[in-house]
Design a protein around this ligand. Structure first.
Ligand code: ADP
Ligand code: MG
Ligand code: ZN
Length: 476
């Protein structure tokens, strides 16, 4: 039987506020355990939460950027459960009346072009603390620095059908939250966390099947791998005539599989009820309008503009606008240049290739946009050829020197002087009479041999276009 996967994602994004959601404690990462705590976030009796206005502003911003409807009256609820990293015994969240609902975002699918993925709701809540287990001394410790750090949870509709779509949705959402500057998106630090819900149903059936929920997905790659694994696992279970159990499963990146963690809780297990310490939250039109004014150009709009303004192909524009840092890097690089496409190509291949191989981000890149722009400018002005530019770039990465001085030091200026190149071409042909004869007899593959010899002789500085011309005439 053919089964169709049904996937819905829940994302917890940490908001970039200076202080926590219900107290004045700092949200700074990496402080000594329990340095960022007070009676409110450690759940002492008799304290009262006070809502951080900036959290609401950020939540509204995220809601507007994902086409959600804002609920001008929303409420905070207590989600009750016991865990040592949750000192109050409940988490303040939003249940019945979240801040926003009914949004969507658009993704690029591999098979069917653009697709809208619905967003069910966005709600605000506080984060829990962290347990640190120390097996050597057989004890566990709790760090409450993260307790009360503001989160928004963004819940998608079960509109996703493949692991690739799930990856595209998450990357888009991540990118949007960074564009609007409400979340710094560091997945390793847990600032952007995802749970994936997956079920299968016989192709053509309307009702959803029983789902499993996957946790511990701390990179886009892991989300895709875990979903693919889970689709296979459930297919196997169903084909064998078994039933998928509603449960929470953990992704094990080392073993590349998911394993059961606990049976899935239901909403009623939490005994949600309105938090009596917090009044209903009213968001007026002015507040929404003010936030709206603050929303920058978003990835989709920027992508269309790059296509129009810089005449890039859609794919390249998509890559370049996938993160705000990269889009800014491109515009800063391309700004002074005539050939915007040249800048786009060099960024996508050479610059991103370098970041990838070093495993670093644009923020930590040893080469900044102004220097990169100068490098491309030299290619545009035909001062250096592509070969030399690669050498210069490598040197820029290593030594942080500016491209002009590297070109001078290494004598990499492109040789475009025809008479100089002509002598060079003639010499190389004279030194390789056998190859020249073979070429003339139709072994045209030898063209690259000559090209290589010439480039070797003048250390890659010859203008390849002129050399090609010269070789073609001389080898006739
Ligand atoms: P919770 O996981 O907290 O119980 P929900 O019931 O609201 O919350 O569902 C959370 C996510 O699971 C949503 O993204 C939703 O789209 C998705 N989902 C719900 N039912 C299914 C299903 N049968 N198969 C796949 N995903 C589902
Ligand atoms: Mg869930
Ligand atoms: Zn506090």
């Amino acid at each position: 039987m053919q089964f169709e996967p049904v996937i819905g994602l829940e994302v917890h994004a940490q908001l970039k506020t200076k202080t926590k959601i219900f107290c004045g404690c700092s949200t700074e990462f990496g402080k000594p355990p329990n340095a960022n705590t007070c009676p409110v976030c450690t759940g002492m009796p008799g304290v009262l939460p006070v809502l951080n206005r900036q959290v609401v502003t950020f939540a509204i911003k995220a809601a507007l950027a994902t086409h959600c409807r804002i609920n001008q009256e929303s409420r905070f609820d207590r989600k009750n459960y016991f865990y040592p990293d949750l000192p109050k015994g409940y988490q303040i969240s939003q249940f019945a009346l979240p801040i926003a609902e009914h949004g969507y975002l658009e993704i690029e699918t591999q098979t069917s072009g653009q697709k809208k993925i619905g967003i069910t709701r966005i709600h605000m809540e506080e984060d829990a603390g962290k347990l640190i287990h120390d097996p050597a001394r057989a004890r566990s410790m709790v760090d409450l620095n993260r307790t009360g750090v503001p989160l928004i949870e963004i819940v998608s509709e079960p509109d996703i059908r493949t692991a690739q779509e799930a990856g595209a949705y998450l990357r888009k959402l991540h990118s949007i939250l960074k564009y609007i500057d409400v979340c710094d998106g560091n997945m390793e630090q847990g600032n952007f966390r995802c749970d994936a819900n997956i079920s299968l149903r016989p192709a053509g059936q309307k009702e959803f099947g029983t789902r499993a929920e996957l946790k511990n997905l701390n990179s886009f790659k892991n989300v895709e791998k875990a979903i693919s694994y889970e689709i296979e696992r459930q297919t196997y279970v169903l084909e064998e005539g078994g039933q998928v159990i509603q449960e929470t499963r953990l992704w094990d990146p080392a073993k590349n599989k998911t394993t059961p963690m606990r049976s899935k809780e239901e909403a009623h297990d939490y005994r949600y009820f309105p938090d009596p310490d917090l009044v209903p939250l009213i968001v007026d039109d002015k507040w929404i309008q003010d936030v709206e004014k603050d929303i920058p150009e978003l990835p989709d709009e920027k992508c269309s503009r790059f296509v129009k303004e810089y005449k890039l192909v859609g794919y390249d524009a998509g890559v370049l606008t996938s993160s705000i840092e990269l889009a800014d890097f491109f515009e800063e690089t391309a700004g002074p240049l005539k050939d915007k496409k040249l800048a786009a190509n060099w960024i996508i291949t050479t610059f991103l290739g370098m970041l990838n191989s070093k495993g670093i981000t644009i923020g930590n890149s040893p080469v900044k946009a102004p220097a990169f722009s100068k490098l491309i400018q030299m290619i545009e002005d035909k001062k250096i050829n592509a070969n030399a530019a690669k050498t210069v770039f490598e040197e820029m990465v290593e030594s942080l020197k500016d491209p002009e001085s590297i070109v001078k030091e290494k004598g990499l200026e492109q040789v475009s002087d025809s008479s100089e190149l002509e002598t060079l071409v003639q010499n190389v042909i004279a030194e390789n009479p056998d190859e020249a004869a073979a070429y003339k007899n139709g072994k045209t593959r030898l063209f690259s041999f000559f090209m290589g010899q010439i480039m070797k002789k003048n250390r890659g500085k010859a203008d390849p276009k002129i050399v090609t011309q010269l070789l073609k005439t001389k080898l006739k």
